[in-house]
Design a protein around this ligand. Structure first.
Ligand SMILES: Cc1ncc(COP(=O)(O)O)c(C=O)c1O
Length: 459
């Protein structure tokens, strides 16, 4: 008997390739219908975690439909082509001026900024500018300029280490104290000298979500300038905090109100509330951007200055950022930040009420909750993270950097799609996970131990 189906599967939509793997190895010889290509790739991607349940990430997972429409409309615009797209380019300049204003630049028409792919590119560009300025100052004074160093703490993101290695700058990284997870000005004072191109400070640390003592660091650098003549710029990494502090704590002085703060970066795709990838770098004054870092090209028609690592890039997220700025304004951002902070505070309080957890950042500089299990719990943070994964939540467990490596934490990033109901569901799942793990103890069999070790490494 024939097993051939009565109707050819070619007659049915999106099923022709269903029982065959998509091309994976070599370049495919032939194509396939658009509907099939879409459906099969789409189905594959749905196996991934749900972005809105990924509480590890700071990156935006929800935008308004109007913003999404603008993104789709701008998808074909290559932002670097200023000659062809002068309006798109002007939007970038407007956004940087708005940020200079938000961050209290003394004169927003003298500040200068640029859109990047994210904070990583922005930090590298900012530090590179400080390296060039330092070198020029040294050369002009007839002093050696071959041993630059950069000073920052272990609480920084990996991009700071990358900068030092990629751009051949001595890294003077300050270990985390076992009982303090942000910089101490004394530790900075010990490491700076006439070859320090910049000091780095973080507003909203990756590990704990706290702020470095930026005002104190500024005071230290002002004093050093007066006493020793070393004019060391402070770069503030506001990847997440740059869009929180101005709305949650407007009186807190961490930005261009402070004399030595020369440059600030922030991720538009974090609390700037835009999908990835968009970051921002702003200098307090254009004198901080050395001319020899800006290139002019003529091959797209007209003279175009460029100061980014990438050349071609999409314009969509820049337009989406502008949408958020004009759509929300200060009042809108303040309201959204208020809600996120309220939900983070609620999560903090409920976690404390369980009696099981210790909160590591009770001050909540930003809507990020970091917590750990109280001593003498039967299981550890890696078990708990893994157990939550079974419900679809991604809540990372990780150890802090040296010298606080004995501290293991769990972190929940509260974003604008983390409603109060979702927080309650998470709390219920946390409770169920703890009840399940209670009494099971730490792994005893060799197999369990191996699985646990694997989880620790994966986390
Ligand atoms: C403090 C800090 N700096 C820099 C970065 C890198 O930012 P991006 O992912 O936008 O490149 C992050 C990312 O999480 C961060 O938390």
């Amino acid at each position: 008997m024939s097993t051939t189906p009565a109707a050819s599967s070619d007659d049915l939509p999106s099923t022709r390739y269903f029982s065959r793997p998509l091309p994976r190895e070599g370049f495919p010889d032939r194509g396939m219908p658009a509907a099939d290509a879409y459906e099969l790739i789409h189905l594959g991607l749905r196996v991934d975690g749900q972005p809105s349940m990924n509480l590890a990430s700071f990156v935006t997972t929800w935008m308004e439909p109007e913003a999404e429409r603008l993104i789709a409309e701008a998808a074909a615009t290559n932002h670097i082509d200023h000659e062809e797209y002068p309006v798109a380019e002007a939007v970038e300049q407007i956004c940087t001026r708005m940020l200079a204003d938000l961050w209290h630049a003394p004169d927003i028409h003298r500040s200068v900024g640029v859109a990047t792919i994210g904070s990583s590119e922005a930090i590298m560009l900012g530090l590179l500018a400080h390296k060039f300025s330092w070198r020029k100052r040294r050369q002009d004074a007839g002093l050696p300029a071959d041993k630059p160093n950069v000073v920052f703490g272990a609480e920084t993101h990996i991009v700071w280490d990358k900068f030092a290695r990629y751009f051949d700058v001595e890294l003077r990284k300050i270990p985390m104290r076992p009982d303090r997870y942000v910089l101490h000005p004394d530790d900075v004072a010990e490491r700076i000298d006439e070859n320090t191109i910049a000091v780095g400070a973080v507003l909203g640390t990756t590990f704990i979500g706290e702020n470095d003592p930026i005002e104190e660091l500024n005071d230290l650098l002002v004093q050093v300038k007066a006493e020793k003549g070393w004019d060391i710029p402070l770069h503030v990494d506001g990847a997440s905090g740059g869009f929180i502090a101005p709305f949650a704590h407007p009186d807190e002085r961490w930005d261009f109100r402070l004399e030595q703060v020369a440059s600030i970066n922030a991720s538009g795709h974090k609390y700037g509330l835009v999908y990835p990838g968009i970051g921002w770098l702003v200098f307090r004054d254009r004198s901080y951007l050395p001319e020899d870092l800006v290139f002019n090209v003529n091959y797209l028609g007209g003279a175009q200055p460029t100061f980014t690592f990438n050349f071609s890039r999409g314009s969509a997220m820049i337009q989406a950022q502008y949408y958020n700025f004009v759509r929300l304004g200060r009042a809108g951002y303040t309201a959204i930040v208020y809600n996120m902070m309220a939900n983070a505070r609620y999560l903090n309080e409920q976690l404390e009420r369980t009696g099981r957890f210790e909160i590591l950042n009770p001050g909540l500089a930003e809507p990020v909750v970091t917590f750990r299990l109280k001593p003498d719990t039967d299981f550890d943070e890696f078990h708990l993270s893994d157990q939550l994964r079974q419900h679809g939540w991604i809540v990372p467990a990780y150890t802090l950097p040296p010298d606080a490596q004995d501290v293991t934490v769990l972190r929940v990033v509260v974003r604008n799609d983390m409603s109060r109901d979702k927080v309650d569901i998470l709390l219920r799942h946390l409770d169920e996970a703890c009840t399940y793990l209670d009494g099971r103890g730490m792994p005893t069999t060799e197999d369990d131990r191996r699985t646990h070790e694997h989880q620790r490494r994966r986390c």
